[in-house]
Ligand binder design. Structure first.
Ligand code: PMV
Length: 325
């Protein structure tokens, strides 16, 4: 039986340790966070896929031709993965239908918090649930294909963490391992306000690696050791150690030149106000930073960061992953 409307939501993510080095086989630690992308889909009586987002952009697709209704020149680039998510499900389910898609995001776009992956996951699930109960593994694999439109060399980690939730230890070679912990991490995300393009930063690191082969090899093995130590620190709840490891990871990101002067400004404010650890999260070059801070110091630090005109997002680990309503 076909439904006429459906809803799903999926969490955003942060990379706690190991970004960039993970592309070359080192480990990374990622977590889903309690900020979601909500997608509602409604069958319409045309053959058109209309997409509206609370980012203030609207586009429609008829026979795969894009028509800009509202938004800037990057609107198509942002909406294409959502369209691909929907049309791939419709074609897989052999349905030639028009759909209105309404996206409501609780996270800023383009600052390394995995909003496009979460949007693909929620769209695939919402459209599929018009026809039957979606299978999470299948949703994840379809979302990875759509997300590759944005991030060609994607490890697939963003879609995985958004679908299944929780905290994971990941390597491209060995795959995903859930970190079984119920302890929460007292984290704040700070948005530098500088949007980044993951692909450009991944390419610049590739160039750095090719120009500095032996240095990069050393940095990679250092990054991998940091991840292993961080796994132990998370398991035993050693926040001080975890903070120290975040700071070490930050210096590695500076060495491979994905840091930004805003990172240093934010880190300074954080250390002055008791942060245990600070680092950029994701591709860098702006984007977001994560700060580990004792619960009792969180309010003071947040107001200090906001006083310096940066957006703060307090977060918790999300264990639900994809939810279909
Ligand atoms: O900024 P984000 O969330 O797109 O993170 C990219 C993470 C990288 O390690 C730089 C790339 C990857 O595929 O893992």
């Amino acid at each position: 039986m076909r439904k006429t409307s459906a809803k799903a939501s999926a969490p955003a993510k942060i990379i706690l340790f190991g970004e960039h080095f993970v592309v070359y086989g080192s480990h990374a630690i990622m977590t889903a966070i309690n900020r979601r992308i909500h997608v509602a889909v409604f069958l319409n009586k045309t053959q058109t896929i209309n997409i509206t987002s609370n980012m203030g952009i609207i586009g429609s697709y008829t026979d795969s031709k894009f028509n800009l209704i509202k938004g800037g020149k990057n609107t198509k680039e942002i909406l294409d993965p959502v369209y691909k998510s929907a049309i791939d499900v419709l074609s897989e389910r052999k349905q030639n239908l028009g759909i209105d898609i309404n996206v409501v995001s609780e996270v800023p776009h383009g600052v390394g918090l995995g909003s496009s992956a979460a949007c693909c996951v929620a769209t695939v699930a919402a459209v599929d649930s018009l026809f039957h109960k979606p299978d999470k593994q299948w949703v994840c694999s379809k979302a990875v294909e759509s997300e590759r439109l944005v991030h060609k060399d994607s490890s697939g980690g963003d879609c995985y963490i958004s679908t299944f939730g929780g905290l994971i230890y990941y390597s491209k070679i060995k795959g995903f391992k859930t970190i079984e912990t119920t302890r929460d991490l007292s984290l704040i995300i700070v948005n530098t306000g500088i949007k980044h393009r993951t692909g450009d930063l991944v390419s610049s690191v590739k160039k750095f690696k090719n120009d500095n082969t032996s240095l990069f090899k050393d940095l990679s093995s250092y990054a991998d050791n940091i991840c292993q130590d961080a796994l132990t620190a998370i398991n035993i709840g050693d926040e001080k150690k975890l903070g120290k490891l975040m700071n070490e990871n930050y210096t590695l990101l500076q060495q491979i030149r994905v840091s930004h002067k805003k990172h240093d400004q934010i880190a300074k404010i954080c250390f002055k106000n008791g942060a245990l650890g600070v680092k950029p999260t994701g591709a860098g070059g702006g984007g977001s930073m994560i700060v580990l801070i004792l619960k009792e110091d969180k309010i003071k630090l947040t107001s200090e960061i906001e006083r310096n005109s940066y957006e703060c997002i307090p977060v918790k680990i999300d264990y639900d992953g994809l939810v279909v309503y």
